[in-house]
Design a binder for this molecule. Structure first.
Ligand SMILES: *Cc1c(COP(=O)(O)O)cnc(C)c1O
Length: 465
């Protein structure tokens, strides 16, 4: 492809993108494809001869698009959002055009320095104190793995990477049952082992880890000769938005000298609104915190903000050039590949810069506040209808509900009716073993009318109860 053609196609695809987004409300949110449909439409072998872009693009529209679930649909109320705002898409286009590798300062000075400044902008935006340093990871899962590896190395006096784990004491990590599965996987991959991830019982309406039970579990492990190394807490757990009591949890962890990591992958974005910061009171005491601007801040996937009270233990765990790192921070040069697991890194700070400038914190706050308000209003409307029961109260914009008195099969059939209808998309979770519908508002183009449509769909398809 020559660059004249590239320019023509770029303009055409930008135009296609604008029309796609303008027409999203007319499409069903969830793909209605059956498994295998898309694969069957693709040739089994690669072409020997070049094909025209025109043909490739036509196939994209005919084969790919019908098989897409529309995450940017304003009535996407499933999972958590993965917002891609227009300025972030444009920044991604630029980043992919320049296509730099940003592993070392010298391989991309602007990307490195912008990452440092953007992470400091974010630090201020969510109210973390000065001194926290940040790095952009590819996912919350990676940030959590990096934190768990740091817990491990710190507890083993940095011997794990060198010697392996077979002759080491048995490490223990503590969390509640409300944390995301990325914590389980980090524990597997780190070699600590699922048997050493201790689940602390939860209590209260926010389903928070019981600090007294945490303390008792650590003491029992110490008495048994095991080696506690870290605590992982959550602000806004994935299932129902559970929030640990960060201050109380950190106090217990600190008393035992443990490393602490907070997973706020979804809820962290809401901390740009000062009134929501009570959900993570005490956060300034954490060693490591992750949240995903790619969820609720409109910064296109992928972009995970990882904050560290002191980056040194993380860098000591992950950097492969220890002699260089002795000067870390002292000469003003940062090589972010030493803060993360992959070596190669994309220029992710650019889209943060575009989004934060285009909307301003004020614009982003207004959207998040609306989502929280609309979601809580919807929960109240459903509560007032005798056919429904609110199972978990809204945490920010996430709540769960169910058909009152319906058995599991009827509950599942109700969820299927909602999603087959196509106007909205919701997912399910389990609360105390019972199936519930999970509802969150988070798509940045969503309007109050979209949430009203959700009420219409849910009430119309509920039957007579
Ligand atoms: C989305 C989510 C994750 C996983 O995020 P990735 O960036 O996809 O790894 C982890 N924890 C919580 C609480 C989440 O909401």
């Amino acid at each position: 492809m020559n660059w004249t053609e590239f320019a023509r196609w770029g303009a055409r695809i930008a135009d296609w993108g604008a029309r796609y987004h303008q027409g999203l409300r007319d499409r069903p949110v969830r793909a209605s494809t059956r498994p295998g449909d898309v694969a069957a439409a693709l040739p089994a072998s690669p072409p020997e001869m070049p094909e025209a872009m025109e043909t490739i693009f036509a196939d994209f529209e005919q084969i790919v698009m019908p098989g897409m679930t529309h995450w940017q649909h304003p009535r996407f109320f499933a999972y958590f959002p993965a917002n891609a705002t227009p300025p972030s898409m444009l920044a991604e286009f630029l980043a992919s055009t320049v296509a730099a590798q940003c592993m070392l300062w010298q391989t991309s000075p602007a990307a490195t320095e912008m990452e440092t400044v953007m992470m400091d902008w974010l630090r201020q935006s969510v109210g973390l104190p000065e001194g926290f340093k940040g790095v952009i990871q590819d996912s919350a899962s990676s940030a959590t793995l990096a934190a768990v590896l740091t817990m491990r190395e710190r507890a083993l006096d940095w011997a794990g990477n060198e010697q392996g784990l077979s002759d080491q004491p048995r490490l223990r990590v503590y969390c509640s049952g409300e944390v995301h599965t990325s914590i389980d996987r980090a524990i597997w991959i780190s070699g600590i082992g699922a048997a050493n991830l201790v689940r602390i019982p939860t209590q209260g309406p926010r389903r928070s880890m019981d600090p007294a039970a945490l303390d008792a579990a650590i003491r029992a492990d110490l008495a048994a000769g095991l080696h506690p190394c870290g605590v992982i807490a959550c602000t806004g757990g994935t299932g129902t938005g559970a929030c640990d009591d960060i201050a109380a949890t950190l106090a217990v962890a600190k008393a035992h000298g443990l490393y602490t990591h907070i997973d706020a992958a979804w809820a962290g974005a809401a901390m740009i609104c000062p009134e929501f910061r009570t959900l993570w009171t005490g956060i300034e005491g954490a060693d490591s915190i992750v949240f995903n601007p790619h969820k609720w801040l409109g910064v296109q996937f992928d972009c995970a903000a990882h904050f560290l009270r002191d980056p040194e233990p993380l860098v000591r765990t992950l950097a492969i050039r220890p002699e260089y790192l002795k000067t870390h921070g002292a000469d003003g040069i940062v090589n972010y590949s030493e803060w993360s697991i992959p070596l190669g890194r994309r220029f992710r700070a650019l889209k943060l810069w575009f989004v934060l400038r285009h909307y301003g914190l004020d614009g982003l706050r207004a959207r998040i506040r609306n989502h929280v308000r609309w979601s809580q209003a919807l929960a109240d409307r459903l509560r007032a209808d005798p056919r429904f029961e609110i199972v978990t109260e809204p945490v920010l914009s996430l709540f769960t509900f169910r058909l009152k008195g319906a058995d599991e099969a009827a509950q599942q059939a109700f969820i299927n009716r909602i999603n087959d209808d196509g106007r909205i998309y919701v997912t399910q979770t389990r609360v105390q073993d019972g199936l519930v519908i999970r509802f969150q508002v988070g798509q940045l183009d969503a309007t109050e009318a979209d949430v009203a449509t959700a009420f219409e769909v849910i009430t119309a398809l509920a039957g007579n109860g």
